[in-house]
Design a protein around this ligand. Structure first.
Ligand code: G16
Length: 560
């Protein structure tokens, strides 16, 4: 870096001093903390986004959100040029600059990194960053800090895309780097046109029989409800009612939203007994998670949850069906022997019954630690990789090779226009356009669920009956230092502190179909506990015993 660049960073960073005692780490989804301490972090991530853009000579994104966390929190993360999460190789540098104590030290760290990564400031392209934020009140001033961070790199430009869902920003970054149009309207047009295309390929008799067509969506009082209202106007075939859009005065993520519904397994605010049987969905605060549910007819607070595992199962079933229709008849098609590798990716939170179901379908199921960055990377190894976390975060990835094959196959099949095989090819192409391949996206996921339910003529009940979840329970435990927990084997085994895993094993062995694990949260200062067993009482009791162990081994000693 030349002296001019160094003094630019030095001067601007002195406007954003690191608050005393703050230590942050680029966790499961970027930096998250109470919004009041985040300005310096966001400023520095602005610099990081610009350096990443220079290094890759591509556009990058910066999103200000704390997703499912409480409204006073906020956070920041980077969208890499692919539209995915920041490359994991840069996370240690992100941690280092976020925690750098002085402007002088910060400049020194950046200078060393620039040399190590051979980042050129005289490349063909200057740094270019798209900025987005969710609806949190703290978002506006943090966005200003991000801009100042970006502008600390000579020649860098930042474009404020306004209030967006997190997946919209990731989609825009991916689209722009592929040379496509990438405004918010382009996003809505791509989703709505590919949805209409899929619905038009629904067999007519199924369309006519499908009367269960109202969908009620809980917007978590976040950004998703408002965006869904826009999208809704472009879909003439669907009846969608949005509640908890944030305009009714409710608080973001408080008693509402996908995280609350999935973890607590109760109805969100604004839903009542009179909604029993209706197909309902919940988004989280920045609309990157989606779960479905229906209110039980005998109890206004109980729900039948249709979580990320079941969304994954529905998608996998549909894609597998379309692939087998495509292969039905042997004719002289393009590379007849092309075997598309279809794989599904889950985490330890996946309900054991879902994994059994997917394996029965004959699918390859693999596991990674929690965090879309891990699942996404794994899913990208397949021609069609479907990943979902039980919490409703996931998507489908199509390889370039498979999509070119599918295009060629579709061209050939167009000679027999209207054949079942051609329809299957067109459906898969429409799915690849509808689903947000940059990152899990509640809005695009919701439209795909709706199109598949219409195609199959299924109610939410039919879908929920694909398999029966094993009863499960999730708890969180406040501990002294959550980083003291180190896990292995996709978070199923604790390797540190010693002896706790043996104690968990003893508890698990007491319950038929018992399974339990603990892991440090990447977004909150807690240890998470998951347990499942053959009956609910057993899952609850196992979760409680393991939470006590976590408290004894690591905690504040509250368990007595
Ligand atoms: C983020 C990640 C998700 C992950 C979740 C886990 O979700 O994007 O992939 O499942 O954190 O959180 P924790 O580590 O606290 O259990 P989100 O929706 O908050 O961005």
């Amino acid at each position: 870096m030349n002296d001019n660049q160094k003094s630019l960073i030095l001067n601007s960073s002195s406007q954003y001093p690191l608050p005393q005692g703050v230590k942050l780490s680029y966790g499961t989804a970027g930096f998250r903390a109470d919004a009041s301490i985040l300005e310096s972090t966001v400023f520095r991530v602005g610099i990081l986004a610009a350096l990443r853009s220079l290094k890759t000579q591509s556009l990058t994104g910066l999103m200000i959100t704390a997703s499912h966390n409480k409204v006073n929190d906020n956070g920041v993360k980077i969208a890499d040029p692919s539209g995915g999460m920041l490359t994991q190789e840069w996370e240690p540098f992100a941690d280092a600059i976020a925690n750098s104590p002085t402007p002088q030290h910060l400049v020194q760290l950046i200078d060393e990194f620039v040399k190590k990564e051979n980042i050129r400031f005289d490349g063909v392209r200057s740094a270019e960053i798209l900025l987005g934020r969710d609806t949190r009140p703290s978002g506006e001033s943090l966005l200003e800090a991000a801009k100042q961070g970006v502008y600390s790199i000579v020649g860098a430009t930042a474009t404020d895309m306004g209030i967006l869902t997190t997946p919209q920003l990731h989609w825009m970054v991916r689209a722009r780097n592929k040379g496509m149009k990438a405004t918010e309207l382009d996003y809505f047009e791509q989703l709505s046109s590919s949805f209409r295309c899929l619905v038009d390929l629904t067999p007519n008799q199924i369309k006519m029989n499908n009367t269960d067509d109202k969908l009620v969506v809980d917007g978590a009082n976040g950004v998703g409800g408002e965006k869904l209202e826009v999208l809704k106007k472009m879909l003439n075939s669907m009846v969608i009612e949005v509640r908890n859009s944030g305009k009714e005065g409710g608080v973001l993520n408080e008693g509402v939203g996908a995280d609350y519904v999935q973890k607590e397994k109760v109805v969100p605010q604004g839903f009542y007994l009179k909604d029993a049987g209706i197909r309902c969905a919940s988004l989280d605060g920045d609309a990157d998670r989606l779960v479905y549910f229906s209110v039980q007819s005998n109890n206004a607070s109980n729900i039948d949850l249709v979580d990320g595992d079941k969304i994954l199962s529905l998608f996998a079933l549909f894609i597998k069906e379309q692939l087998s229709i495509l292969k039905m008849e042997g004719d002289n098609h393009v590379d007849e022997n092309y075997e598309a590798r279809l794989g599904v990716v889950q985490t330890a939170y996946a309900n054991g019954a879902s994994t059994d179901y997917l394996k029965q379908l004959g699918l390859e199921v693999v596991f990674t630690p929690t965090g879309v960055k891990y699942l996404h990377e794994k899913a990208a190894e397949y021609d069609i990789g479907i990943y979902f976390e039980a919490n409703g975060h996931g998507t489908i990835l199509f390889s370039e090779g498979f999509l070119s094959w599918l295009d060629a196959r579709n061209n050939e099949l167009s000679k027999s226009k209207g054949s079942e095989q051609q329809k299957a090819a067109l459906r898969l192409l429409a799915v690849s356009n509808l689903i947000n391949q940059a990152v899990g996206d509640a809005l695009s996921g919701l439209l795909l669920v709706e199109a598949i339910l219409q195609y199959k003529g299924w109610s939410i009940h039919n879908w929920s009956e694909l398999y029966h979840d094993l009863p499960s329970r999730q708890l969180k435990v406040k501990v002294v230092d959550r980083t003291a927990v180190v896990t292995a084997n996709a978070e199923t085994v604790v390797v540190r502190p010693p002896l706790i895993q043996e104690a968990i094993n003893v508890e698990v062995a007491k319950y038929p179909r018992g399974r339990s694990f603990i892991r440090p949260s990447g977004t909150e200062d807690v240890i998470r506990v998951y347990a499942e067993a053959s009956i609910q009482e057993a899952a609850d009791s196992l979760a409680n015993s393991v939470a006590k162990l976590a408290d004894q081994f690591l905690g504040l000693g509250n368990s007595g």
